[in-house]
Design a protein around this ligand. Structure first.
Ligand SMILES: Nc1nc2c(ncn2[C@@H]2O[C@H](COP(=O)(O)OP(=O)(O)OP(=O)(O)O)[C@@H](O)[C@H]2O)c(=O)[nH]1
Ligand SMILES: [Mg+2]
Length: 348
């Protein structure tokens, strides 16, 4: 005999539960009204206590179904938690399989670029089983293909553009020293940065130290006269005002001056301490100035080569120089493919 006690709100509820749990053969043994326990129970409506019994043999199939359902749910939960564990293991496995990919991401190269590089490597090796060695070799090949080098010796008039504080003026001073002291060239320095306080004096100081001609262009109609004073120079380096690339109007102003100057080279100077996302934007925004060369500065200030790869990847523009410190003229190097590839690979 099974005896069960039910605390319910009414007889109807009791009957339903008894039928479900004990079956149709169950009988009601007793019923009484009760007050719920505790202080709060005092304010609550009275409940009904119903006791029912059924012969063990006559126990219904309904409770068994409920038990069975419970067991099925438990089993399902068990299987799904096992599946989750297997998924996690597989994830870890494929991650360690593609150590190359995670290493690139760890080195600071944006995931978007890493994904494209990995899928390119897979495409180039279709049907082959890829291992770490192949990945590394192919990455080197890709870098070799996308890195382009510019020779600054080409052309006479060079304009340097870029965001504020990236090292435009310092780079011009370094180059002016290199060309006048080591390459025996006649250098002329010009600034069109009449916006920032102290900018003219900054470049003039370098011109005075090197003993090279110096000019300032305040407006479009002075361009020719200033340039004419430097006709005997082999190379003319022109400094510009640092521009926030998001400021379209400011970039337009610089563009007008550059168009009028009609230089042989426009160098976009980018600091490698700039966030990768911002580099991508700068590269886009500055396109209106038709830059044809990159100068990558402050390489010494970062260990992550994400910015370097980002600049190379999105600009599709040859690199002329990299700069590696504040010292004028020592901390500048001509861009070389192997040097840049090694910088990237060593940073991993
Ligand atoms: N660590 C490091 N510092 C650098 C490098 N190049 C320039 N700097 C420093 O960056 C700071 C800004 O340099 P500037 O040459 O004045 O930069 P700019 O782009 O002309 O700045 P604006 O004219 O204000 O737009 C200075 O303190 C420089 O010494 C470099 O390669 N490495
Ligand atoms: Mg400057």
């Amino acid at each position: 005999m099974i005896i069960k006690r039910y605390i319910v709100n009414n007889m109807n509820e009791a009957m339903n539960r008894i039928r479900n749990e004990l079956g149709n053969d169950a009988i009601i043994v007793s019923q009484r009204k009760i007050r719920q326990k505790g202080l709060l129970g005092f304010f609550k409506a009275k409940k009904l206590e119903v006791t029912a019994a059924v012969d063990e043999k006559k126990q219904p199939s309904v409770p068994k179904t409920i038990e069975l359902e419970k067991e099925i749910i438990e089993l399902k939960n068990l299987i799904s938690s096992m599946n989750k564990q297997v998924d996690k293991k597989n994830e870890k496995k494929s991650e360690s399989k593609n150590k190359f990919k995670s290493n690139l991401i760890k080195s600071g190269i944006p995931e978007e670029i890493v994904e494209e590089i990995v899928s390119e490597i897979k495409k180039r090796n279709e049907g082959k089983k890829l291992n770490q060695k192949i990945y590394e070799k192919e990455f080197k090949n890709i870098l070799d293909e996308i890195i382009k080098i510019n020779n600054i010796d080409n052309g006479k008039i060079h304009v340097f553009v870029g965001p504020t504080g990236v090292g435009k003026t310092t780079t011009i001073a370094k180059l002016a020293s290199l060309y006048s002291l080591y390459k025996n060239k006649k250098v002329g320095l010009i600034t069109i940065d009449t916006y920032r306080i102290g900018a003219i004096e900054q470049l003039k100081t370098y011109a005075d130290i090197l003993g090279v001609p110096f000019g300032v262009i305040y407006s479009n109609n002075e361009i020719n006269s200033v340039l004419n004073e430097m006709t005997n120079c082999d190379i003319i380096l022109i400094d510009t005002t640092g521009r926030n690339s998001k400021n379209y109007m400011q970039l337009q102003e610089t563009k007008k001056l550059i168009n009028e100057i009609n230089p042989d080279n426009v160098h976009l100077v980018i600091s490698m301490t700039t966030k990768e996302k911002d580099i991508k934007r700068i590269i886009e925004d500055y396109k209106i100035l038709n830059y044809n060369s990159l100068i990558l500065t402050k390489i010494d200030e970062t260990n992550s080569m994400g910015s370097l790869v980002t600049a190379i990847y999105y600009s599709n523009t040859p690199i002329s120089y990299i700069t590696t410190g504040q010292n004028v003229p020592d901390d500048i190097e001509e861009a070389e493919k192997t040097k840049i590839i090694n910088l990237i690979l060593e940073a991993e």
